[in-house]
Design a protein. Sequence first.
Length: 231
Amino acid sequence: MVWGVPSKTQVDKAGALLRDWFATDRMMGDAESEAIATVWAFRQSFAYPMTKVSANLRYYVGNFNEGDIVVAQRHKRLPRIIHKLHRQQRMRLSQMQDVGGCRAVVATQQAAYGVLHGIERNWDVVRVDDYVSEPRPTGYRAIHAIVRRDGCAVEVQLRTDGQQVWADEVERLDGRTPYLLKDGEGPDDALVYTRELAELIATVDSGRAPAPERLTRLRRLRVSALTALRV
């Protein structure tokens, strides 16, 4: 049993064991249960750094949002940690940079970049991934910044209201099916729908009104997606 914060060696060993177990159909045994306890302790070590990042993030968001400040924090769920290790076979769990994360939702894309600039000037930023200028194949858009706080890498996600709507829709569908649409896994009809929805939201975020035919097409795509997902 692991007490306190596990070492990197313990974390990587636990992650490798769970990665290998995920690829099999065997029942979970004592070794896997011990590995999960280690990963759980590793996750919990991000709690205080995340709280500090979240509190500081509220300050920067407040400079750009006149209304409510929407900032949240979360630990990456255990199934998604294991799934990511399975997808990225060379990754060591101790190197995973989104085990702990904070998210801010702002009104405009300009505001999101403004918050990012404040973070870059004042925080220890490890990396920035701009999925707005270069969206993921799924259509996902947001700005991700990996920052280091108290020795932990914490992911900061900056989204517009529309980008949050997209994430909520995909998460809702994921929660009712065995697929991971956010990771590009699922029926083609569903993936086409999520991409088209993301494109339409990007159009609105840019200040342009979508053409009526695009809205009609999106409604049809959603029906096809729900049928394919059997929702």
